[in-house]
Ligand binder design. Structure first.
Ligand code: ATP
Length: 571
């Protein structure tokens, strides 16, 4: 319930619509009760053949109540839905604003299918907070109180019977059915999340699954999960049906009891016979109004759960960003001191007691076997991963005192896999904020050895119409368009042949000559151009020094170099 508080606050921000929908709901409810009880009274009174004028007055009252009830019901729907749509758009904005700055961290922790189901499905589920959780009890309670007060004017016994019936129908029966529905609802939610992730995986991996002929197997898994989901939904709906039927039966029993009780009172001379139909109609109509209350516990649980899931995404945002931001120099010095990071599901730390000194303006290569922890070091530096122990400083400032925005503004980054947007080559070069003219863009393309690409050439989804090497060179052209005091290059040239790789590295280092450069690589090409080489193995730094120092040392680097040369000669 606590998780719902911020969303309930958003509902109460729509004070006017909320008030109008409650008012219209109350008028619609009370006039419906009035309409049927007046009809009952009219029928009974007509049997006594009163003067026509009396009947006309009652008929006019019935008509007026009928029209008022219909108009108020429309008003209730109109204002409550308007408040809901405004609230939903405010929730969507709120969620987006909170998630956007932490998207990097979230993508590391949740699958994209899960994130999608939270920001779409769970946000949509919150529309029921107002429509089915907040205002129905307020409207129902006020209608019941007014009806019961009205009934006590004629028969206190009938009022007591209605109160008992309502307590059973509104509290006891829904609570009992809710308890038996709870487990299956938990299962439904779990299966829905699983299905969403599974489906995203299927769509993303469609090509690989087809090539490896594993598509049918996956499809079957998705189908099985859909079937399981449908069965669980059916089970939940059947519990709901039984709950509705039991409430219907109870309302019928209460109405029959009222009829017998009031009939007995008439026979005893304690109640005017003309009121019998009125009391029966009041009972029947008031029970008709409780239908939305039967599903309230279900919607309350669903909304609270949705709110919790959204909140858990937003919790990432609670990591406080510094108020006062730092100012950086032309090139940035970097220091890692005893930095350790262990992923939750891993047996050993991805990086352990890592100590690195990178002087400002220097060029450092971090090398090591696959999985040794190179990218993790870069991610820590880019604040994409929180570390467990140690200190990281950039330009003398602790990483925690630097906002992500400032950090990324001052960094030119090439990730292992770069994203390419559907559009033109120009669109893909202009992803930076800086506005650049066509001549500069063309120069960047030429420098990245892509003279055959025109700025208006089409780039398909994920750059599918470009070769692996062309994609990397397009990413390099992007880098060339941006100035920054720190360059972090994670394997920027792995898809290139050795000679092109050498030229590209030279080009990048030339462009970043005044900046601090960190190059992550598991190949050793071009490392003689670096000021410092750090060798990582199993998350620990095992060697570091200049190219010449490491070659002279008979260590890991020298062995790797010898092995690479041998492979190169064999090719
Ligand atoms: N998000 C993650 N969750 C759990 N473990 C992870 C995660 N990212 C990386 N790891 C683990 O941390 C270790 C270091 O990974 P890292 O990506 O830093 O290696 P790397 O040296 O960059 O490898 P490569 O050269 O193959 O890119 C690996 O054992 C990897 O399985």
């Amino acid at each position: 319930m606590k998780a719902l508080t911020p969303f309930i606050k958003l509902i109460f921000a729509e004070k006017r619509d909320l008030f109008l929908s409650i008012l219209a709901g109350f008028i619609a409810g009370i006039t419906a009760v009035g309409l049927f009880s007046a009809s009952g009274y009219l029928i009974s009174h007509a049997a006594l053949t009163p003067p026509i004028a009396t009947l006309m007055v009652i008929v006019a009252i019935v008509k007026l109540l009928g029209i008022t009830s219909a108009v108020s019901r429309f008003g209730e729907r109109y204002y409550s839905h308007r408040a809901t749509f405004t609230m939903l758009s405010n929730i969507r904005l709120r969620v987006y604003e909170k998630l956007e700055p932490v998207s990097n961290r979230i993508l590391n922790r949740y699958t994209s299918g899960d994130i999608l189901s939270r920001i779409v499905g769970d946000v949509d589920a919150l529309q029921n907070v107002l429509l089915r959780v907040v205002y129905p009890p307020i409207v129902m309670l006020s209608v019941f109180l007014a009806t019961i007060a009205f009934t006590t004017l004629f028969s206190i016994g009938t009022a007591v019977l209605i109160i008992l019936g309502l307590t059973l129908s509104l509290l006891v029966i829904p609570a009992l059915f809710f308890l038996s529905q709870r487990r299956v609802n938990d299962q439904i939610r779990e299966t829905r999340g699983e299905l969403s992730s599974m489906f995203a995986e299927y769509v993303y991996g469609f090509r690989e699954l087809t090539i490896h002929q594993a598509r049918q197997q996956r499809e079957q898994q998705v189908r099985n999960t859909i079937k399981q989901y449908e069965q669980q939904k059916q089970k939940s709906q059947s519990v709901q049906m039984w709950s509705d039927a039991t409430i219907g039966l109870l309302s019928f029993l209460v109405s029959v009891t009222v009829l017998f009780y009031a009939g007995f009172q008439v026979a005893e001379g304690n109640l005017a016979g003309i009121l019998l139909a009125l009391l029966l109609m009041i009972t029947l109509t008031v029970f008709e109004q409780i239908t939305p209350m039967a599903t309230l516990p279900y919607h309350l649980q669903e909304s609270a759960h949705a709110a919790k899931r959204i909140e858990s995404l937003e919790e990432e945002n609670n990591r406080v960003e510094p108020d006062v931001d730092v100012q950086f120099n032309e090139a940035l010095g970097i220091q890692f001191q005893d930095v350790t990071l262990q992923f939750a599901d891993q047996l050993r730390p991805a990086i352990q007691r890592v100590n690195i000194q990178i002087p400002s303006g220097s060029k450092t290569a971090i090398i090591g076997a696959s999985g040794s922890g190179k990218t993790t070091i870069a991610n820590v530096l880019l604040k994409a991963l929180p570390y467990d122990q140690g200190t990281v400083k950039i330009d003398g400032h602790e990483l925690s005192t630097i906002s992500e925005d400032t950090l990324w503004k001052n960094t030119n980054v090439s990730l292992q896999s770069n994203h390419f947007f559907v559009g033109t080559v120009r669109d893909n070069l202009l992803v930076t904020e800086e506005t650049t003219d066509d001549i500069t863009l063309q120069k960047a393309l030429h420098a990245a050895e892509l003279p055959h690409l025109k700025l208006d050439s089409r780039v398909e989804e994920k750059g599918q119409n470009l070769s692996g090497g062309e994609k990397q060179r397009l990413a390099i052209a992007r880098l060339l368009l941006r100035e920054a005091p720190l360059w972090v290059l994670d394997e920027p040239t792995t898809s290139l042949d050795a000679l092109t790789e050498e030229r590209m590295l030279r080009l990048l280092l030339e462009r970043a000559k005044d900046a601090t450069v960190i190059l992550i690589s598991h190949r050793l090409t071009g490392l003689d151009q670096m000021d410092q080489i750090i060798v990582v193995d199993h998350g620990q730094i095992i060697e570091s020094g200049t190219y010449d120092e490491l070659i002279q040392k008979d260590g890991y680097f020298k062995q790797m170099k010898a092995l690479e040369e041998q492979l190169f000669m064999n090719e």
